[in-house]
Design a protein around this ligand. Structure first.
Ligand code: UDP
Length: 322
């Protein structure tokens, strides 16, 4: 197949590209390299069947052409990371809403299969034990920048559903839950690359809030496997799928586990949210996916352990530096 990936030099996009190229597909990737990196493409840049376009999805003159040329578009280009979102809410909203609008309009006009990346952030402040795709969503007030990320992604989802209903767009939404692994940068706030790097350098692991908040971390290789099942499946059109691990861990336990697995002498420092993000910052206490839908429909579940994730991230830093 011919696959077009926006955000193709990013953390998820680059691993997806490698896997697709390995399976004999042709991949064209577009990325403005704002948060993605050419380093992530080292293994594919000269591969037969691979093309890289450095461009911004908001303004690129070839976006529509690339969507036309592909059998499926995977739209991963987005503003990512809670810290980046809190610092730059205008860019978050513009990239996430206008960029997706362009992709969806073109895919719809051309009746092309597309998959767009959404996020577990859309479940917002909901307090259920696990979140399923048809659950109600509870977003915080617009005075708190954090929620602009959830709302912008949610608008993307509504747009896709509207195009699907009115124009038969063969589009699918995936909601990623804390995807982690090698190549993810800690620059925009993500906890695992930050903790592993700090542990390896002997620096403090900075746990925000009480550390009692829980998350489920999914290895990017598992995430890529889920995407590869969805790409050729047009019966997934009009559907939303949670993609994540179901093993839950508190952030404090995570910090201890990372110190143990990296044989580190680092200490844990407890940091108030107001210092870590912004005044009035609201964190989600618990966030776990119900992944039974994609298990039943596509036989997918996350399989790689958290211990393996930590080891893979540590090995990546050992081989590539921080
Ligand atoms: N976190 C932390 N220290 C850090 C970065 C994050 O304690 O250096 C916490 C953060 O407040 C959240 C959890 O770790 O409760 C996961 O954060 P991340 O940004 O990785 O993902 P989120 O689930 O917030 O999207």
């Amino acid at each position: 197949m011919k696959i077009f990936i926006t955000g193709g030099a990013g953390f998820i996009g680059s691993w997806l590209t490698e896997s697709l190229i390995r399976s004999g597909h042709q991949v064209t990737a577009m990325d403005d390299l704002s948060t993605g990196s050419l380093n992530n493409l080292k293994n594919v840049i000269n591969a037969p069947g691979y093309t890289f376009i450095q461009d911004d999805i908001l303004t690129s003159p070839v976006l529509e052409k690339e969507i036309r040329n592909a059998d499926c578009t995977i739209h991963l280009a987005a503003a990512v990371g809670v810290e980046l979102v809190v610092k730059d809410p205008v860019r978050t909203i513009m990239t996430n809403v206008q960029g997706t609008e362009r992709v969806l309009k073109a895919a719809s006009d051309l009746s092309k299969r597309c998959i767009i990346a959404s996020t577990s952030e859309v479940y917002g402040k909901s307090t259920k034990d696990t979140f399923s795709e048809s659950d109600d969503l509870l977003i915080g007030p617009s005075t708190h920048s954090r929620w602009s990320y959830a709302c912008s992604k949610l608008l993307d989802e509504f747009m896709l559903m509207a195009y699907h209903r009115n124009k038969d767009l063969p589009g699918t939404v995936v909601r990623f839950f804390n995807t982690v692994g090698p190549r993810q940068t800690g620059r925009y706030g993500m906890v695992i690359p930050r903790f592993v790097a700090a542990a390896m350098k002997g620096e403090d692991l900075r746990v925000y809030g009480t550390g009692e908040q829980t998350r489920c971390f999914c290895h990017v290789f598992d995430t890529v496997r889920a995407l590869e099942k969805l790409i050729p499946d047009t019966s997934a059109a009009g559907n939303i799928y949670n993609i994540g691990s179901t093993r839950s861990i508190t952030i404090l336990e995570l910090a201890k586990l990372i110190i143990e697995r990296t044989n580190s002498s680092s200490k844990i420092a407890m940091i108030p949210y107001s210092e870590a993000y912004e005044k009035g910052f609201e964190d989600m206490l618990h966030r776990a996916p119900d992944c039974s839908k994609i298990l039943q429909s596509h036989g997918w579940k996350a399989e790689i352990s958290l211990e393996q994730i930590i080891d893979d991230v540590a090995e990546y830093y050992r081989n590539n530096g921080f």
